[in-house]
Design a protein around this ligand. Sequence first.
Ligand code: ZN
Length: 167
Amino acid sequence: MHALIEKALKRNHLNSHITQNIDGLHTSEECLPDQIIEIHGTTRKAACLNCNEEYDVKDFYEEYSKADNFPLCPKCQNGYVKVATISFGQQLDSAKLSLAKEKSSQCRYFIVMGSSLKVSPANHFPRIALNNNAKLIILNYDSTPFDSAAEFVINEKLENIYEQISK
Ligand SMILES: [Zn+2]
């Protein structure tokens, strides 16, 4: 599935990919940074809780294991560095949310893949797209609150859909 998204991004068939996944499996060095918007962060990087400066996650683990504590940010000296995922109670990255809103407002087609669309803020993005006259396509096993507004809906396991598309 990730290979398909990556291929579509590289060929400009997809403009951008907004994801709640944190595993980083859908990211590729070949994709532009603003093509993949990980609104819940990623386990592939580390970041400062104060200034959001990003660091290599391997360096973070090395520092952490040496001191047995979160390292202080070398840039601002005023925040701890941790894995760049959004922890419970932590604010989502406003720059990423803004970018996701911007992309949602500019697209012609908004494709939802594997989301119940019941959780905020991810369910705001298809609404923004619809309000800007985009067509909504939903690929999800269960029905969603947006199904009636969609151009078409496929209620099927994603892996089965991908299998069909890949042929
Ligand atoms: Zn910092």
